[in-house]
Design a protein around this ligand. Sequence first.
Ligand code: PLP
Length: 384
Amino acid sequence: MAAKDLKFNTKTIHGGQQPDEAYGAVMPPIYQTSTYAQTTPGGHKGYEYSRSANPTRTALENSLASIEGGEFGLAFGSGLAAIDAVMKLLQPGDEVISTNDLYGGSYRIFKKIFENFGIVFHFVGMQSADAIQDKINSKTKLIWVETPTNPMMNIIDVKAVAMLIKDKDILLAVDNTFATPYLQLPLELGADIVMHSATKYLGGHSDTVVGALVVKGKELADRLYFIQNASGAVCGPMDSFLVLRGIKTLHVRMQRHCENGRAIAKFLKSNPKVEEVYWPGFEDHPNHDVAKEQMKDFGGMISFVPKGSSYNDTIKIVERLQIFTLAESLGGVESLAGHPASMTHASIPKEERLKIGIVDSLIRLSVGIEDVNDLIADLEQAIG
Ligand SMILES: *Cc1c(COP(=O)(O)O)cnc(C)c1O
C-alpha cells in the first residue's frame, strides 16, 4: 500500500520508516556519529557529515512529512530554530503578517531579532479576514498563523487565509504545535509550511527540545534545506530518536488529551469561582464553528481566569496545585499549569498582553493523560 494512503494512526508508527538495513533493527538506530567513511572522495552511502544529514534525523524527517501529509520534513534543534529558518527565506524590506496572540518566543524572535534585519511585522487578530487583507501589499511575503492561539485559544480559519493569498506570491506558514496533525492538517487546508515545536505534543514526554518544518514541493524544501545546513541549527540523533518514539503514540495520547481536556473545560465552566474559560470546544466560543470544521477534536489546552483573582491570588492558586506541575511548556503526558503573564508571555509588553486578553489572572493548563478525576480534584482544591 502506498505510504500516503495509510490512515493517520498507521502513519504515526510506520510513515516514512524503513527497516534498518544493517541488522534489521525494528527501532531506528541512534547514529551517534558526526561523520561517515568514504571509499573514495565523494564515495559514500548518502551521508557525509551530520549537520547536512544523519540517518536517525532522516527517519524523523520522513515521519514528520508523513504525518503532516507533506513531502519533505526538516528537523531542527528547537521550534525557534525552525522559525528562524523560515524567516531566513525573507529579504530586508519584506513584510510579514502574523497572529497577534502567539507564542511569546515567536513574538520575541520576530521583534527583537528579525526586525533588526529590516523585516517588517504586522500583528493582527486573524479571526477577521479583513484585518489580514488590510495589511497585504506588494511587500508581503509571509503570513504566520498560530491556531489555536497561545494562550487565548482563538481559532484561525486556515482555509480562509489561504484563499486570501491564493494568486499571490505570499507563503502561508502555520505553527501546528498546539493542534498537532492528529487534530488538523494545515497543508491540506492550503498552507505552504507547517512548523512544530516537537518539544511539545510530538515528543510528548517533556524530555527533549526539537523543532520541525514540513512542506510540499521540492523547490521550497530545497531552499529550507540549504538554510538548515548553512545555519546549522539541526537536532541531534538522540533527540531525533526520542521524538520518533513520541510520534508512535501521538494518536493515542491525543485522544486522551482531548477527552480529559473536554472534562476539565466543562468542570471549570460550571465552577462558580471561575470567571472565564477559553476552550474552542464550547459552542459559545467565538470561533467554535471554524474549530469544528478545521479540527478533529478540541485538544488539551485550556486557559481560564479565576473570579476576582489578583496577580498574587493567581500565583497562590498555581502554587497550590499538586498534580498539575507549575512549569513552562506543554504537550507532555503529565499535566502542567502556567501563568502566562509572568512565564511564557513575560517577554510581551503588558499593554500588548492586555490588548489580547492576557490578564494577570490568566492561568493556562496543558491537560495531561492522567486520571481525569484526580486532575479535577487537584484544580478544585487549588481554586479553593
Ligand atoms: C514551545 C513553542 C514554540 C517554540 O518551540 P521551542 O521548541 O521551545 O523552541 C513555538 N510555538 C509554540 C506554539 C510553542 O508552544
